[in-house]
Write a protein that binds this ligand. Structure first.
Ligand SMILES: [Mg+2]
Length: 381
C-alpha cells in the first residue's frame, strides 16, 4: 500500500508525548540505592487489599503490572520489595519535569503526574526539528531529576503517544507523517486511544482485529455499531486525530451525565446510576488532582423539565464516599412527592474546585489521599 499523507501538509503539527519510565518506582530507586536493580513495587499493602500503582522494570519481568492486586504481585515475586507511595516526592519530580517542558512551548498538556503532550509546531518553525527538542527534553529530565523519560514524536496525539510507548524504557521514537499509516496498520485495535476491552471484543465479532481491518471497515458500519465513537474509530484508523494539545487551565467543574434509552421510574435505580457516576467523577478528580466543595445533581424528566439540586460541603471533597453520601438527599429533593417520577437523564457534577492537598493538609488526611491515589492510579491502566 502506498504511503499516504493523512492530513494536509500545511496543517501538519509537531506533537511530542513525554512519558516518565516506571515513574513512582523510578523515584524510589533513585532515592534508595539499595533498590536499584531490584523488583520494587509502589502501591498498597500486599497483606491487605491494595493494588500495584507502579513497579520497576525488574518487577515487570515477573509479570507484575499496574492495577494488579499487591497480594497477587507478591505471589508472583515473593522477593519483591513493597513500598508505600511518597506522593510528595513524586509531585516534586513531576513539577521539575513539567517546568522543563514549559521551556519549549506554553502548549503543554499534562495527562497525569508523569506524562504530557507538547505542541512544538511553532518552536520548530525556524528549522529546529521536533526530534531534537525531544532529545534535549529527555536529556534535561535526566540531568535535573536523575530519572529517565521516553518520548514519541509525530503529527498528532494518537501517534505521538503510541511512539513514546514503542521504545520504552528510556527510548525515543519518531513517526513521520508519511509513515503514520504503515505504523498503525499491524497494531491490534486495543492499542488505540478510546478502544477498551469491551470494544475490542465487539470489534472482533465483526472480524476487526488490527487497525488495518478497522481501516477497511465501512464508515457506515462503524457508525451504525458504535455511533459517534464509530466515526472516531474511522478517523484514527486513518491516522487522523485533530484533538488539540490543551494546556491545563483551571477547571470549573467535573461531571458526568447519562441519558437513558427508556425512562426510569424507580428511585433506587436512579440512585445506583448517580452513585456510579459519582465514583467515576471521584476517580477523575484524583487523576487531575482536584477536589470540589459543591456536589450537584441534574434531573431531566420525561417532559424535558430539568432541575438541579446542590449540596455544598464545608471542605473540598474528592472521595467516592463523600460524593455519594449526599446523593439520596439530593435525589429526594429533586423528585416529586405526589406523582411517580419518570426520568430521561441524570447527571452529577462537582464544582467549587480546590487542589485536594489544600483541603487534605487541613484535615490531616494526606495518608488517606495517598491511599486513594494509589488505587486510582492502578485503575487507570
Ligand atoms: Mg509513565
Amino acid at each position: 500500500m502506498p504511503n499516504l499523507l493523512t492530513e494536509p501538509i500545511a496543517k501538519l503539527r509537531k506533537i511530542i508525548h513525554v512519558d516518565m519510565d516506571a515513574f513512582f518506582a523510578a523515584v524510589e530507586q533513585r532515592d534508595h540505592s539499595e533498590l536499584q536493580g531490584q523488583p520494587a513495587i509502589v502501591g498498597g499493602d500486599p497483606a491487605g487489599r491494595g493494588v500495584v500503582a507502579t513497579c520497576s522494570y525488574e518487577a515487570r519481568r515477573f509479570g507484575i503490572h499496574s492495577a494488579m492486586t499487591a497480594a497477587r504481585a507478591r505471589s508472583l515475586c515473593p522477593q519483591a520489595i513493597f513500598l508505600r507511595p511518597r506522593m510528595e516526592a513524586y509531585r516534586k519530580a513531576s513539577r521539575q519535569v513539567m517546568e522543563i517542558l514549559q521551556k519549549y512551548t506554553p502548549l503543554v498538556e499534562p495527562l497525569s503526574l508523569d506524562e504530557a503532550f507538547l505542541d512544538v509546531t511553532v518552536a520548530t518553525a525556524d528549522g529546529i526539528l521536533a526530534v531534537q527538542i525531544a532529545r534535549e527534553i529527555r536529556w534535561c529530565i535526566q540531568q535535573e531529576t536523575g530519572l529517565t523519560a521516553s518520548a514519541g514524536v509525530s503529527y498528532n496525539k494518537l501517534l505521538a503517544k503510541l511512539a513514546s510507548d514503542w521504545r520504552k524504557p528510556n527510548g525515543l521514537f519518531v513517526i513521520p507523517p508519511e509513515k503514520g499509516l504503515d505504523f498503525l496498520s499491524p497494531l491490534p485495535v486495543g492499542k488505540l486511544h478510546g478502544v477498551g476491552p469491551a470494544t475490542v471484543r465487539k470489534l472482533s465479532t465483526l472480524g476487526i482485529h488490527t487497525v488495518l481491518d478497522l481501516r477497511n471497515a465501512e464508515r457506515e458500519t462503524l457508525i451504525a455499531q458504535f455511533g459517534k465513537t464509530g466515526l472516531w474509530f474511522y478517523e484514527i484508523a486513518r491516522g487522523i486525530d485533530k484533538r488539540p494539545v490543551q494546556p491545563s487551565r483551571q477547571r470549573k467543574s467535573v461531571g458526568a451525565e447519562r441519558t437513558f434509552p427508556q425512562n426510569i421510574n424507580d428511585p433506587q435505580i436512579m440512585l445506583t446510576h448517580l452513585q456510579e457516576m459519582a465514583s467515576q467523577i471521584s476517580a477523575r478528580l484524583i487523576t487531575i488532582g482536584l477536589a470540589g466543595r459543591t456536589i450537584s445533581i441534574k434531573v431531566r424528566f420525561s417532559d424535558f423539565e430539568t432541575i438541579t439540586r446542590a449540596y455544598t460541603h464545608v471542605q473540598a471533597v474528592w472521595r467516592k464516599e463523600d460524593l455519594i453520601a449526599c446523593l439520596p438527599d439530593l435525589l429526594g429533593k429533586a423528585l416529586p412527592v405526589e406523582s411517580q417520577p419518570s426520568i430521561r437523564l441524570l447527571g452529577v457534577s462537582v464544582s467549587g474546585m480546590l487542589r485536594p492537598e489544600e483541603s487534605a493538609t487541613n484535615t490531616g488526611q494526606m495518608d488517606l489521599l495517598e491511599d486513594i491515589l494509589v488505587k486510582s492510579h492502578g485503575v487507570r491502566r
